[in-house]
Design a protein around this ligand. Structure first.
Ligand SMILES: Cc1cc2nc3c(=O)[nH]c(=O)nc-3n(C[C@H](O)[C@H](O)[C@H](O)COP(=O)(O)O)c2cc1C
Length: 178
């Protein structure tokens, strides 16, 4: 999306309220098929601009690719994932969410797409646990010789961290509280 990348980050945070929930659904390739009103409010796009478009339309450049790899690996394996995500609005603002992503199935159990609900994250968790971790992963991703090497190295680092803690990614996310 050229218009998205041409808009500079504003550094302004949009804060989700505890009674708000952002919902989107995608097809199997990650193209948005549905968004609720709260999604359009935070993303700053109209429904027309989003439907049929890849969900990375709200990707924030400071998000480590490792987190999206963990998310896709998990949902493509038919499982759910909980993850903190920093998103970018159309005008360059940002908003943090605690996302739950899960496969959607038809009556026969076939995965037909994906679904994500996001709630307001706890501010202290973002500041004290998530930003330091994501900055660490980003640094690894960006210091490698190639994007692929960076992703591999950061993903290995994340897996090692979880192994040391004896936690799955979801256990880690949910153990932070909030
Ligand atoms: C149901 C669902 C919801 C998603 N929600 C977001 C989201 O809110 N923000 C985001 O950056 N990526 C989200 N993604 C992941 C994107 O598809 C994409 O992998 C990510 O933005 C990284 O973009 P990139 O692959 O172009 O680097 C979602 C994917 C699915 C399947």
């Amino acid at each position: 999306m050229s218009d998205r990348r041409s808009v500079a980050l504003s550094g302004k945070e949009l804060v989700m309220q505890p009674d708000e929930i952002i919902v989107t659904k995608t097809d199997l390739s990650g193209k948005i098929t549905y968004g609720n009103r709260t999604f359009f409010k935070f993303a700053g796009y109209t429904e027309k601009e989003c439907i049929g478009v890849q969900h990375n339309i709200v990707r924030h450049p400071d998000m480590p690719r490792t987190v999206f790899k963990a998310a896709w690996d998990t949902i493509q394996d038919g499982r759910e994932i909980f993850a903190y995500v920093n998103n970018r609005s159309k005008n360059g603002d940002f908003y943090w969410v605690l996302a739950h992503m899960t496969p959607s199935r038809d009556k026969s159990g076939n995965v037909v797409g994906y679904h994500s609900n996001r709630r307001a994250p706890d501010k202290a968790i973002i500041k004290n646990s998530i930003i330091p971790l994501y900055d660490h992963l980003l640094k690894i991703e960006r210091s490698a010789a190639s994007p692929k090497d960076g992703l591999d190295a950061a993903y290995t680092d994340l897996k090692n961290m979880l192994a040391t803690k004896k936690q799955t990614f979801n256990e880690f996310t949910l153990s932070l509280g909030g």
